[in-house]
Write a protein of this length. Structure first.
Length: 623
């Protein structure tokens, strides 16, 4: 949510800032702004409501703003409505004329996150003769830094440190000080920040894609850590103001991986990248002999045999991965699995067993509720395992064990390839645990690992038939309600299909276990209501088919999604989509693809912004 960029060097800053912000549009925003400075001259700031091209037009692509040091921001409104006044950057000294391009102020800053005690802090500042021009918590944060900066040593690091210990909430903060030309100061608590350095310039962003045009060597700013950026160098500080060392990380994927590559939207590109993402994730952990080796998750066979319970916590699509994992792990290993939404897990007083393993799934590795749930589990002494896509992210660093998915950058807000890569990790976890606990024969283990190897090719086969789903989607672009039903793993896939429909098509949709229809939901079925039935589980297919018959008798239009060979589904369904056969434990990896395509093509048919759906953000770094 929101995006931060910064640059200090020899080149004109504003075009670089706008370029960086364009790479972060997927994070979601409703306004944007930049502030730049040329040497010791006054700051210049421009803001615009709406899309980034409004800011681009106001600044002639940044060319209208001289200066080689600057910061920029795309805002997703939390405190205060979307407006130019509430847009970032914010300043410490507001006076008549501050809203114009050139102004004088001691501190200028941008901020991601939410300051929970901003009203308490604002009251303190009012007592010290500060006034406020916006409705934002960010303005309060900038002025609190200014207060400590002026009251104490005029040292930016000291002022930020004093601010950090007073603030409750999450933040990624980037500041420029009038007394320190050519320098950018940053601080972080729970919201991501990345720094890149070249020979003569330093770059700042809230996510890697904004930096890849300039460098693939980056530093991830640590939690409760600060940094000072000057052209070609960066210094890191802890909360005490002492200088520290931070690990340099090399990004393996390049800038082209974050481009559309000829596709109309990032989402359809990323749907087509799923075979590679699944294959790369599998190959990162499965050797040629069929042994699964999680390099950063050093769980021994004895550790695995001692696990009596697994807790999985995640949000959104990652939660749906967890639901699938629950079915697969319990069936293959016999270990009881409990899946919770991270936003619920973190606030519940669960009786957690010390012999449990807590698993946390997050694409970005920065999801606020999942990170808080991880910290709760660690506080109670549970070993923790993270499944994340971003190297060096907060969840990856704080977990005891980590397994990385190899999905590469995912730009579209609606996840596809990251979801599929997470599924692959969960399958491998189940097989690794089953092998260690002896719940699978060596022959069955080998059979299942070979089936995992076949999944990328089977996904490719599904994508070859996408035009048929495109045709079907065009016929339902004006539907107002849809329902997705299934049992077992099919239910977990139904949840993901329904979420895709809501996320990008803005169609009201719900997913239900098929057996729950008669407990109230079937009363919502009307003439022409689309009901999608997922039927890949052999032992449950007949029961789900009977539920579809009940819906059809009440006027529903039925789409059946099943495996090749189950042609009897056509006797009930008005439209049937087939996917290749696989072991029933792994069917989610195949059945989800037509549902992703259905959501995508419905959104395209309605002329919607597929990659940047309204009110949503890619990385949910606040509660």
């Amino acid at each position: 949510m929101c995006g931060i960029v910064g640059y200090t060097g020899k080149d004109q800053a504003a075009p670089i800032l706008l370029e960086g912000l364009s790479k972060l549009e997927y994070r979601g925003y409703d306004s944007a702004g930049i502030a730049v400075r040329d040497g010791e001259d006054a700051f210049e700031m421009v803001k615009a409501k709406g899309r980034l091209f409004n800011l681009y037009n106001k600044t002639d692509g940044g060319r209208a703003l001289p200066g080689s040091c600057g910061i920029g921001h795309t805002r997703w409104a939390t405190h205060g409505e979307p407006s130019e006044v509430n847009a970032h950057p914010h300043i410490s000294d507001w006076f008549e004329g501050s809203g114009t391009a050139e102004f004088d102020s001691d501190v200028v800053g941008v901020h991601n996150g939410i300051i929970e005690n901003y009203q308490e802090l604002a009251d303190k500042l009012v007592r010290n003769d500060y006034t406020f021009y916006s409705q934002t918590d960010t303005e309060v944060l900038i002025k609190l830094v200014d207060y400590y900066y002026k009251k104490y040593t005029h040292d930016p690091v000291d002022a930020m440190s004093k601010t950090m210990v007073r603030v409750r909430g999450s933040f990624a903060l980037a500041l420029m000080f009038r007394d320190h030309p050519g320098e950018i100061y940053v601080a972080r608590k729970d919201s991501p920040l990345v720094v890149g350095v070249t020979d003569d310039a330093s770059y700042l962003a809230s996510d890697v894609p904004a930096l890849l045009k300039y460098t693939r060597d980056v530093y991830y700013v640590g939690n409760l850590e600060m940094a000072r950026l000057v052209p070609g160098d960066v210094e890191f500080y802890n909360l005490d103001g002492d200088q520290t060392e931070t690990l340099l990380t090399r990004i393996d994927w390049d800038a082209e991986a974050a481009e559309k590559g000829g596709f109309e939207h990032f989402m359809i590109k990323e749907i087509h990248e799923q075979p590679k993402a699944v294959r790369d994730t599998l190959n990162s952990c499965l050797d040629t002999d069929g042994n699964i080796n999680f390099k950063d998750a050093s769980l021994s066979d004895e550790d695995i045999r001692n696990i009596s319970q697994i807790y999985i916590a995640a949000c959104g699509s990652a939660y749906h991965v967890g639901v699938t994992a629950q079915y697969v792990i319990e069936d293959l290993t016999g270990i009881p699995v409990r899946v919770d939404l991270a936003s619920e897990f973190r606030y519940r007083n669960l009786p957690l067993s010390s012999k449990s393993l807590a698993v946390f799934i997050s694409q970005s590795g920065e999801t606020a509720d999942t990170l808080a749930a991880l910290r709760k589990a660690r506080e109670q002494g549970l070993p923790t395992l993270a499944i994340v896509n971003v190297l060096g992210s907060s969840i990856a660093r704080e977990a005891d064990h980590v397994v990385y998915t190899m999905a590469g950058p995912e730009i579209s807000v609606a996840t596809t390839k990251a979801y599929s890569a997470q599924l692959m990790v969960c399958y491998m976890l189940a097989l690794r645990f089953a092998k260690a606990r002896g719940t699978l024969t060596p022959e069955k283990y080998q059979e299942l690992t070979e089936e995992l190897r076949s999944l990328p090719e089977k996904i490719e086969k599904i994508l070859q038939d996408k035009e048929r789903i495109q045709w079907f989607a065009s016929k339902h672009a004006h539907d107002s309600d849809m329902f997705f039903i299934g049992r077992g793993v099919d239910y977990s896939v139904s949840m993901e299909g329904s979420l895709k429909m809501k996320e990008i098509s803005y169609i009201h949709s719900e997913a239900y276990p098929a057996g729950e229809l008669k407990h109230g939901t079937i009363s919502l079925i009307e003439e022409g209501t689309l009901v999608v039935g997922v039927l890949t589980q052999p032992l449950l297919m007949e029961k789900t088919l009977s539920n579809l018959v009940e819906c059809k008798s009440r006027g529903a239009y039925i789409m059946g999604l099943t495996s090749y060979g189950n042609y009897s589904v056509e006797d009930t369904a008005n439209f049937t989509v087939y996917v290749p056969k696989t072991d029933e434990h792994f069917s989610a990896s195949l059945s989800v693809v037509p549902l992703q395509l259905l959501g995508y093509y419905l959104s395209v048919s309605k002329g919607l912004d597929v990659d940047k759906p309204r009110n949503l953000a890619k990385s949910v770094t606040v509660e």
